[in-house]
Design a protein around this ligand. Structure first.
Ligand SMILES: O=C(O)[C@H](O)COP(=O)(O)O
Ligand SMILES: [Mn+2]
Ligand SMILES: [Mn+2]
Length: 541
């Protein structure tokens, strides 16, 4: 590997492609992957850790996700991620001192309602139940009399039918608080995260439905309680995954919605991750919003757990400051004069842009950075279209490689992850095979161009399509904590180097992980590795 500034070096992320047991739950082992098998056996490779301490998450067993994975790859070091920072701020009380939270508390001090909106689970990918509990307990201590929770139900970052567990935990808190004179806390609305609000493909109908439920109390599905709603839908469709539960509102005996939003109320979006929180935030915050007709929009104070769009500073009120990456990979290579591209389909667009950039969405220099987005299929379940846009992405990648213009490119293939989240084994196998084929085309073009690529994943998913339950197995729709493959494909590979292997005795910083990829890429491109990065994985005898 000599200086390859005019030879392309790529980072190819096969989202959700982990190394599993090889057993009956492993869609990757069951798929036919001739390209991957050839690369794994013919080139330097290792296994990377993508969860817990290896990516700056709070607990040893916290699964990785796309945000933390891409942020860590781009940072080239392990940084405290959003949930870690929030937990530390709660522990040292600085969380409660933020001017955003104080403004929210002032607004509701004289009797208006505090609404909490967010993903109700402990998946720790977009949100955490403890953050709901912390805000509820704090509101109670501060004497806030009326609080409503608008709960997005998960089943995608946690077990497929676990919503009732989280609902019951909050119901217990509400029962305790409501035992005090004058307090009125409870749920106001709910629905599966794939059906309402947490869209990331500008399918405004999903956001609109959630808006009408939460803000106006409008929805045909009306129930006296969360559990009544969940049980109703499960009776009709016993295998329905929580993420797909239709939206509903909670009503009183007169069929009146219990938690409409009215002038003077405050709303806190509890999710910390931005990609699926930004659309509803636009609806709450933008004066010139045109996604859908918001009806009579009440005068509300809106705050988010964190920043969801740094370029536009959305939302205006943020309970926590952003996770700062001072010198992300894309910016560093820009300063070296290396032209770069980012390429994926809509579902993973935030991943290759603002997650990898540690904040910014738009190119810093449009003449040196091309961010290419291929529209994802809309209105279909990805389990019915598991090939997604893999072929189109590969075609575009080949064109970009052949242009000879780029020194670096980041590509994300969504299939193994997005189809993995559907919990359907046959579809996941097809998804994996589509990625394998697409990677094969890119590798062929790199071979012609004399380029190189790190072929890896941000976390596992499709290699664990079933999980054990007390009585057997059930589909798994979430990420895994398995390691992921990392292959250094190099057209000029002569066997003279290897990639560092995981060693049980290593401390977290030394275990091969996503934080080592930036330095590895620098070495592949023939540049000195900046001192502040976690070291390259390339080992020469
Ligand atoms: O948002 C999602 O689809 C899942 O919660 C996490 O998946 P991702 O981290 O791979 O995007
Ligand atoms: Mn991912
Ligand atoms: Mn995922």
């Amino acid at each position: 590997m000599t200086n390859t500034v005019n030879k392309p070096v790529l980072l190819i992320v096969m989202d959700g492609w982990g190394i599993g047991s090889g057993g009956h739950e492993d869609a990757i082992a069951q798929a036919n992957t001739p390209v991957f098998d050839r690369l794994w056996s013919g080139y330097a490779h290792t296994r990377l850790f993508t969860h817990g301490p290896y990516v700056g998450l709070p607990a040893a067993k916290d699964m990785g996700g796309s945000e933390v994975g891409h942020l860590t790859m781009g940072a080239g070091m392990i940084l405290d991620q959003g949930p870690t920072r929030i937990n530390k701020a709660i522990a040292d009380n600085s969380f409660f001192a933020s001017s955003a939270l104080q403004q929210v508390m002032e607004v509701v001090a004289n009797g208006t309602t505090l609404h909490l909106v967010g993903l109700l689970s402990d998946g720790n990918i977009h949100s955490h139940l403890n953050h709901f509990k912390t805000l509820i307990e704090y509101a109670f201590e501060q004497g806030v009399k009326r609080l409503r929770v608008h709960a997005l139900l998960d089943g995608r970052d946690v077990g497929i039918q676990t919503a009732q567990k989280y609902v019951c935990e909050l119901e217990e808190d509400f029962a305790y608080i409501n035992g005090n004179e004058g307090f009125d806390y409870g749920f106001a609305s709910g629905g599966g995260r794939e059906r309402i609000i947490m869209d990331r493909d500008y399918d405004w109908s999903k956001v609109e439905q959630g808006w009408n439920m939460m803000v106006h109390g409008q929805c045909e599905q009306r129930f006296p309680s969360m559990l009544a709603a969940i049980n109703h839908f499960r009776e009709r469709q016993p295998d329905i995954v929580d993420q797909d539960l239709p939206g509903f509102v909670i009503v009183d005996q007169d069929n009146q919605a219990l938690g409409k939003m009215t002038d003077g109320d405050a709303v806190v979006m509890v999710n910390f991750r931005g990609d699926r929180a930004v659309e509803i935030t636009e609806a709450f915050e933008l004066d010139d919003f045109d996604g859908f007709d918001r009806g009579d929009k009440p005068d509300l104070t809106y705050a988010g757990m964190m920043v969801y769009d740094e370029d536009r500073n959305l939302p205006k009120l943020q309970l926590m400051g952003p996770t700062k990456v001072d010198n992300p990979f894309g910016k560093r290579i820009l300063e070296l004069g290396i032209k770069q591209f980012r390429l994926t389909e809509t579902q993973k667009y935030p991943h290759v842009t603002f997650f990898f950039n540690g904040g910014y969405r738009q190119p810093l220099d449009e003449s040196m950075e091309d961010y290419i987005l291929i529209p994802s299929d809309k209105g279909v379940s990805f389990s019915d279209a598991p090939q997604m846009k893999a072929a189109e992405i590969a075609g575009k990648a080949v064109e970009l490689i052949e242009s000879g213009e780029y020194g670096f490119g980041l590509i994300n293939f969504a299939n193994a992850d997005m189809v993995g989240h559907c919990g359907n084994m046959a579809s996941a196998i097809e998804a994996v095979e589509a990625v394998d084929k697409a990677v094969g085309q890119i590798v062929e073009a790199l071979e012609q161009a004399g380029g190189a690529a790190l072929i890896t994943a941000d976390h596992g998913n499709a290699e664990e399509m079933l999980v054990a339950t007390k009585t057997g197995h059930e589909p798994s729709t979430k990420h895994s904590v398995n390691p992921v493959p990392c292959i250094l494909f190099d057209a000029a590979y002569d066997g003279s180097y290897q990639l560092r292997q995981p060693d049980a005795a290593d401390a977290a910083l030394a275990v091969p992980g996503l934080s080592h990829l930036a330095a590895t890429l620098f070495e592949m491109m023939g540049y000195a590795v900046p001192d502040d990065l976690n070291p390259s994985l390339i080992e020469r005898p």
